[in-house]
Design a protein around this ligand. Structure first.
Ligand SMILES: Nc1ncnc2c1ncn2[C@@H]1O[C@H](COP(=O)(O)OP(=O)(O)OP(=O)(O)O)[C@@H](O)[C@H]1O
Ligand SMILES: [Mg+2]
Length: 320
């Protein structure tokens, strides 16, 4: 897998999607990938193809939003010579081009209703018929579809065929938004920052812990794409620096519940909560290690007096 295709995450939310994708990949089951914009749907679809038995076979991506309705049928299913003005030759469609491999239908919600019926037929029976073709041909295509829309809503509004929805939704995979898998944030930041600095031979940019906490509190509406673009920008414009809160764009700092903007709290409670006693013990250990056992210095690192620090060491039976 090349560098740009690295698919990283170690949050339980991400790993459970990857686990399910790993199970479905080697089968021929249709997969529907949902998730907000920029959550990695396209990357996940490649992951499925690359881990399937079809990995050496064609991989064809169609962005349904970019298919003009008038051309959609012939683009997808091909056409016969003379089927319409300008159809000078027989032409194969993308579906035939994907024969033996995987067809990725991105933004599936945008597929015109008239084509949805033909897609359903393809999924049910492998049959396809080009525009103006008398004969029906058969193809062996595995379909992976993706959308950032809520398809059941579209079905209710009449914009998407219900039967097609159920046929696509055999194995649904939902990528969580970045704000719901903050555990992945540091890993992804490191990946994107390292990628840009290596590529451009620039010194690596870092974040002050407080700046990092602002990034954790931000809602990331553009998800991983927004994070990647942001990391690329600061890696270039602030190469080699350690960015503090004031260096961050206003929209990331504004409207945030960033504690040190007011009370200067130094830590943001993770959404999933934490084990306070364990954290306290870990911090005491780390402070001792970092100060090479010098208790006054370790106490200062944690903002305690030496006595308070010693008291806490005793509490955890850490030898003093
Ligand atoms: N887990 C990940 N690890 C590394 N990079 C990722 C990950 N997820 C997404 N990316 C990167 O984020 C960007 C957006 O991903 P992708 O294009 O797959 O999102 P998408 O869900 O298809 O977005 P859209 O709905 O806007 O089409 C890409 O550059 C992709 O490489
Ligand atoms: Mg996409």
């Amino acid at each position: 897998m090349d560098d740009q295709k690295q698919f990283l995450g170690d949050s339980p939310e991400f790993l459970s999607v990857i686990r399910a994708a790993g199970l479905v990949a080697p089968t021929d089951a249709t997969v529907l990938i949902t998730g907000e914009s920029g959550t990695g749907k396209e990357l996940l679809s490649r992951y499925i193809h690359n881990n399937s038995r079809r990995r050496q076979q064609p991989w064809i991506t169609i962005n349904c939003a970019a298919l003009p309705e008038s051309l959609a049928e012939s683009e997808l299913f091909g056409h016969a010579k003379g089927a319409f003005t300008g159809a000078a030759l027989n032409k194969k469609g993308w579906v035939q081009a994907a024969d033996g491999g995987t067809l990725f239908l991105d933004e599936i919600s945008e597929l015109p209703l008239s084509i949805q019926a033909k897609l359903l037929r393809l999924l049910e029976s492998g049959e396809c018929q080009g525009v103006g073709h008398g004969q029906i041909s058969r193809v062996n295509v595995r379909v992976v579809a993706a959308t950032n829309k809520h398809l059941p809503d579209l079905v209710r509004e009449g914009g998407f065929r219900e039967d097609l929805f159920y046929r696509l939704n055999i194995v649904p995979l939902t990528l969580p938004p970045l704000r719901d898998r903050l555990q992945d944030l540091s890993l992804l930041i490191n990946l994107f920052m390292a990628r840009v600095s290596t590529k451009n031979a620039l010194p690596q940019t870092r974040f002050h812990p407080k700046a990092l906490a602002v990034l954790r509190a931000y809602s990331w509406p553009g998800n991983i794409r927004e994070l990647r673009n942001f990391c690329e920008r600061v890696s270039i414009l602030n190469a080699g620096q350690t960015l503090v809160v004031d260096d961050l764009p206003v929209e990331m700092r504004q409207g945030q519940d960033v504690p040190w903007a007011g009370e200067r709290a130094a830590f943001v409670l993770p959404d999933e909560g934490l084990n306070f006693l364990q954290m306290e013990r870990d911090l005491l250990d780390q402070a001792l290690r970092r100060s090479a056992g010098n208790k006054s210095r370790a106490a200062r690192l944690l903002g305690f007096s030496r006595d308070t620090f010693l008291y806490r060491l005793k509490k955890f039976s850490i030898p003093v």
